[in-house]
Design a protein around this ligand. Structure first.
Ligand SMILES: [Zn+2]
Length: 372
């Protein structure tokens, strides 16, 4: 355990932000710096919930100023080092072998992303990058970490990206043997073999031109394999098939589902025709119209208006709290406008039909229709 000197603390929205003395302000790695996750751990037994950009830890509860012992979660740092080195590895291969640029890097608790930019960036190229990356991991290439005065940096050769203007004094260089040369201030492993495995989980197009590559390395990639294996085992069991049959089985299930939906729609249409006759016999007499009401549970109400004579009847159908009204005897539009004066509802329509949604019941609509 080491100790730090806390000058003061202040309450902020998410917890208590500590002000450290100048010897301690570089102890904790800030969240988001260089796209990397920040440190976690404990100060005086209280969990660190995040580290702000200036290196001030934010605690879950307050502690008194003074000297306190702290610990940093080193397992998390190892994981962060794996993901960060994997980023260098992907970016280095993308740059040297495919002339693609790393336009952005983000690391989260679950996955990391790198935005690749360049002509012809594609999933096929990402597949090839992943293959080369895993070969280099297997070869156990060294990851060198050293610092140089700025004037010596150029002697190294071309860096993958320019050194940030924010860097003052010596420049810290991270070099992956024969693969990448980049200035960086984050955490990295010292040998690619510590990455064990690099897996691209998926990609997506962003901002029109970048290909965002989601990836996991190290234990995260191995855990991800276990999770996916558990999921596919469950799916195979449910579908009574083998891994390589899942795609065909799911496609065939969707085909069946779509065909059943078509059949169900046809049946609902046929049923509506019969239902319309029954409902016409139960119509309620109003001043200007005969009213038919129906609560739709399975979609059959959607077709009722096709089979009811709207010159004689007004039809009111409710489905999931939304009312549809059809009539040639009254103006649906005017009726809905009238309801709007007395109820908190949304809706509208034409003279012959409309929709009503909001705080109103079937009975309240019927009552209002009586004297409309
Ligand atoms: Zn780095």
């Amino acid at each position: 355990m080491s100790s730090i000197n806390i000058i003061s603390s202040s309450k902020i929205k998410v917890g208590y932000k500590l002000c450290l003395n100048s010897d301690s302000f570089q102890v904790f790695y800030p969240d988001g710096k260089g796209g990397q996750l920040g440190d976690r751990g404990f100060i005086a037994g209280v969990p660190i919930i995040s580290v702000s950009a200036d290196g001030s830890p934010i605690l879950a509860s307050d502690i008194a100023p003074g000297i306190h012992e702290y610990s940093i979660d080193m397992k998390r740092r190892e994981d962060v080092a794996c993901q960060h080195t994997a980023e260098h590895l992907i970016a280095g291969i993308a740059h040297r072998e495919f002339a693609l640029r790393n336009a952005g890097f983000r690391m989260s608790e679950e996955y990391s992303t790198i935005d690749l930019d360049g002509e012809g960036v594609s999933d096929e190229k990402v597949d090839a990058i992943e293959k080369i990356a895993n070969r280099k991991i297997k070869e156990g290439l060294l990851v060198k970490d050293f610092s140089l005065p700025p004037e010596k940096v150029n002697e190294l050769g071309e860096l993958r990206k320019e050194v940030s203007e924010k860097v003052s004094g010596d420049v810290r260089i991270i070099e992956i043997e024969d693969t990448d040369l980049c200035a960086c201030g984050g955490f990295h492993v010292d040998n690619l073999s510590k990455l064990q495995l690099l897996k691209v989980t998926h990609t997506e197009r962003v901002k029109g031109k970048y290909l965002r590559v989601y990836f996991k390395a190290g234990q995260r990639a191995i855990d991800d394999y276990s999770l996916k294996n558990r999921i596919t085992r469950g799916v195979c069991q449910a579908l009574s098939c083998q891994n390589d049959e899942i795609e065909d089985r799911v496609n065939s299930l969707f085909e069946n589902l779509n065909s059943m939906k078509t059949d169900l729609r046809a049946l609902a249409m046929d049923f509506s025709e019969l239902l319309a006759v029954k409902l016409e016999n139960q119509a309620i007499e109003m001043d200007k119209t005969l009213l038919i009401t129906y609560t739709d549970k399975r979609g059959e109400g959607e077709f009722l208006h096709k089979f009811i004579d709207m010159d004689k009847y007004t039809l009111l159908v409710e489905k999931n709290g939304i009312f549809s009204i059809f009539s040639n005897k009254i103006s649906c539009k005017e009726f809905i406008n009238r309801l709007r004066n007395s109820y908190e509802i949304k809706g509208g329509g034409s003279d012959s039909n409309g929709n009503i949604k909001g705080s109103i019941s079937m009975n309240e609509i019927i009552e209002n229709l009586k004297d409309f």
